[in-house]
Design a protein around this ligand. Structure first.
Ligand SMILES: Cc1ncc(COP(=O)(O)O)c(C=O)c1O
Length: 401
């Protein structure tokens, strides 16, 4: 059976307001089972973990369930799932921890395709350690990030390679396995930003070769929290700053303070919700079902994206950015004679939610040569968008001719 977008949309109460939510790349709406799981967690009574009473046990169960669900989503291990408030906060945390061992003359490699959350924490940590930053460059014409350039960027002094699994503005999916393999051969760790990639298809962080894989639940129908997933054995070798009485073992030692337990219930429910999209044919384990579902999501999104991109490219007064061979369903465009802000405002009047600006892909907006002029407009599809969302956007953009 094909992907039933009508049934999917019915699960998301917020979509009933009649807006075309093409802002999913900035954060998705939340389906009823996630809202219910969060409410249920609070209704059931929560306590801090480590206590001797049932409410404390319930919080621990929610934490375990969340780690297991995020491991199922990413192909990691539950014991390697570090939970935290946002990818940005967690990346600063990991950068501070990893950079403790960096010495002057060490090197880190970042890319100008990346969201700044996978750039600046490494650049700043490198500056403090006296390490050198090397830059991987996307091709401005295609938006590709050629993996071959990494051979020239890596050296025996490279400590870390940070790269995105997908650009949050032009959707480019670089050849991450090739990049991480080159990093490993040079003796460096890899930190893969999966925040934009995770909601758009199956994720296998082992196949990606990622030593660290970052993802944010609010991009895949969950609440506002994030995770960095790594091999538990690798985490055991690291020593993050922590409070004296706080747990010494990973992943807990990376999680500063008390976790948002009810939101953890929501994140687990979001993975279960995604897995449920596969229907009964999906398989038995949560991992199998979520992989099957995300493959269906990817196929559905790509079909709809062809309509969106084809429609935009057919308009003479529109310029689109990015032509990568493999990309998520994320359009980035400008309209002649209108600023990105004006286009977004026009679309909002037509009840279409889009973002304008660099969306924190600050380096990439510079590479594309549009940062100073307000960058562009982003219309990102997720699995709950449908043809009417796309048609409404295209009609409203056509009106700006
Ligand atoms: C690709 C990418 N990386 C990182 C981030 C930052 O995520 P967070 O808001 O969880 O810090 C975003 C947020 O938009 C993103 O799209």
């Amino acid at each position: 059976m094909g992907f039933d977008v009508g049934a999917v949309r019915a699960a998301y109460p917020a979509l009933a307001d009649g807006y075309a939510y093409l802002d999913g790349a900035a954060g998705t709406q939340v389906p009823a089972p996630v809202i219910e799981a969060i409410a249920e967690a609070y209704r059931g009574g929560l306590g801090n973990t480590g206590g001797v009473f049932p409410a404390s046990d319930r919080s621990q169960e929610l934490t375990d369930r969340c780690r297991a669900a995020i491991a199922a989503l990413t192909g990691g291990q539950p014991g390697g799932v570090i939970l935290g408030p946002s990818m940005t906060a967690l990346t600063y945390r990991l950068a501070g921890t990893l950079a403790r061992d960096w010495r002057p003359g060490d090197e880190v490699v970042v890319s100008r395709l990346d969201h700044d959350a996978n750039v600046r924490p490494w650049v700043q940590a490198a500056e403090r350690a006296g390490a050198t930053v090397r830059w991987a460059e996307p091709d401005p014409a295609t938006g590709e990030l050629p993996a071959a350039q990494y051979a020239g960027l890596l050296s025996p002094r490279t400590r870390l390679v940070a790269v995105t699994a997908a650009s949050n503005i032009i959707g480019t999916r670089p050849d991450v396995p090739a990049i991480t393999a080159a990093a490993r051969a040079a003796g460096a760790l890899s930190y893969v930003d999966g925040v934009h990639a995770t909601p758009h298809g199956p994720t296998d962080m082992v196949a990606l070769g990622a030593d660290f894989y970052a993802t944010s639940a609010y991009k895949w129908s969950g609440p506002h929290l994030a995770a960095v997933v790594a091999d538990p054995g690798l985490l055991a070798t690291l020593h993050p700053d922590k409070l004296r009485p706080a747990p010494a073992e990973a992943p807990d030692c990376f999680e500063r303070g008390t976790l948002p337990f009810a939101d953890l219930a929501g994140a687990a429910a979001a993975v279960e919700h995604l897995a449920s999209l596969a229907g009964p044919a999906g398989g038995s384990s949560l991992r199998e079902r979520v992989l099957a579902a995300m493959a269906e999501v990817a196929a559905y999104e790509q079909d709809l994206f062809a309509v969106l991109l084809g429609g935009l490219d057919a308009l003479e007064h529109v310029t689109t950015y990015g032509k990568a061979a493999s990309r998520t369903a994320t359009a980035f465009f400008n309209v002649e004679g209108w600023t990105p802000q004006e286009v977004a405002e026009h679309l909002a009047r037509h009840r279409v939610n889009v973002w304008n600006g660099d969306n924190y892909a600050w380096e990439l907006a510079g590479v594309l040569g549009i940062r100073e002029s307000g960058s562009a407009v982003r219309a990102g599809l997720v699995h709950y968008n449908d043809r009417s969302d796309v048609d409404r956007l295209l009609t409203a953009v056509a009106d700006l001719a």
